[in-house]
Each structure stands twice: as C-alpha cells, then as structure tokens.
Design a protein around this ligand. Structure first.
Ligand code: AMP
Length: 179
C-alpha cells in the first residue's frame, strides 16, 4: 500500500453510507496519502498537459480539492460550481434530480466568458446528474468544454455514458463495480 501506484489501494470503501446499500467510495484516504494524492493529480491532468485550456471548473465539494491542485499544476484559473445559496455574487442555477427529490447547482454569472475553454473536475461519477447540471450551466455561459475528469467511475450507474452522449470526453482513473 505504501508504495502502490494503484489508486484503488488508496480509496476506502465504507458500506451502508450515507444509507443502507450504498458502498461509499471515500477519497479522503487518498487525499491523506502524500503519494496517493500526488499520483492522482498527475494522472488526472495527464491527458490535458499542453492543451489550450483557460479554466478548471470543479464540482462541490471534493472536486474543489482536486480541481485546485489541477488548476495550479496546469497554471489555469479556477471556477467553483456550488450547491445553492453558497456563492455570494449573481448566479445562474440548474436543477438536477437526486434519487429522492431535486437539488440545485450554481455558478457565478461572470465567472467565465463565451468560448473560454474549460476542464471539469470531480472526485467520482455515479449517475452523472451532478456533472450534467454543471455542463448545462457551462453551456449557458457559452464555455467550450474540453473534457471531464474523475478519480472514480461507477460504470453500473451509467454516468460516464450520459456525459459522453453530451459530447464531453470523459477521463477516469479507476472503476468500482456496484453502486
Ligand atoms: P452523480 O451526480 O450521481 O454522478 O453523483 C456524483 C456525486 O455524488 C459526486 O460528487 C460524488 O462525490 C458523490 N457520490 C455519489 N455516489 C457516491 C459513492 N458511491 N461514493 C462516494 N461518493 C459518491
């Protein structure tokens, strides 16, 4: 484990969190490891090195930890997409479906201008609903989405396919079976 280059070795699974039947893939153990965190950031940004990108856009909240490091390493600006009520300026909103009910994501309406090239970053893609809401916000401001990068994909939930069907290339570092 201490010398592993397999990122799955650094990700802890917590059964039945936040509710029975969910296998929570906990990346705080990856962030906790100097080696795991460094490898994750290197692998996450690898496909984008040298490309024309202006900003990294990250999804609340674990996406911010990754997105900040990727933005720094690629020398790009950083834009947060947050749950409703957290951003202080004027925002655009996009609702998305949760398993039970709805939630809302927001972006500052002046965070990006038309045709800016952006990379989306989050820790994990499950159903893809959160990322889909982010893509809709970015398209409303006219941004050009270069790709979406995640540490973990849960393929059975179909999120990756949903995002690729929106013409956004997806980069993931590892898969876990189940949900
Ligand atoms: P989704 O919108 O369904 O793609 O869910 C993605 C968001 O929910 C990500 O920001 C994840 O952090 C979180 N998430 C969903 N399912 C899990 C899971 N099994 N383990 C850890 N995080 C999860």
């Amino acid at each position: 484990m201490q010398h592993s280059t397999d990122l799955k070795d650094y990700i802890r699974t917590i059964p039945d969190y936040p509710k029975p039947g969910i296998q929570f893939r906990d990346v705080t153990t990856l962030f906790n490891s100097p080696r795991g965190f460094r490898i994750a950031i290197d692998k996450l940004l690898h496909p984008y090195a040298g490309l024309e990108i202006d900003k990294v856009v990250a999804l609340e909240a674990r996406g911010f930890i990754l997105g900040g490091a990727v933005a720094h390493q690629l020398a790009l600006g950083f834009v947060p997409i947050r749950k409703s009520g957290k951003l202080p300026g004027n925002v655009l909103q996009e609702q998305y479906e949760l398993e039970y009910g709805q939630d809302t994501m927001e972006i500052h309406d002046d965070a990006l201008h038309k045709d800016e090239r952006v990379l989306i970053v989050d820790d994990l893609i499950a159903t893809g609903g959160t990322c889909e809401a982010g893509i809709k916000l970015l398209r409303r401001v006219g941004a050009d989405i270069v790709g979406a990068a995640f540490i973990v994909d849960l393929p059975e939930l179909g999120g990756r396919k949903k995002i690729e069907a929106m013409d956004v290339p997806v980069h993931v570092l590892c898969n876990f079976e189940g949900d």
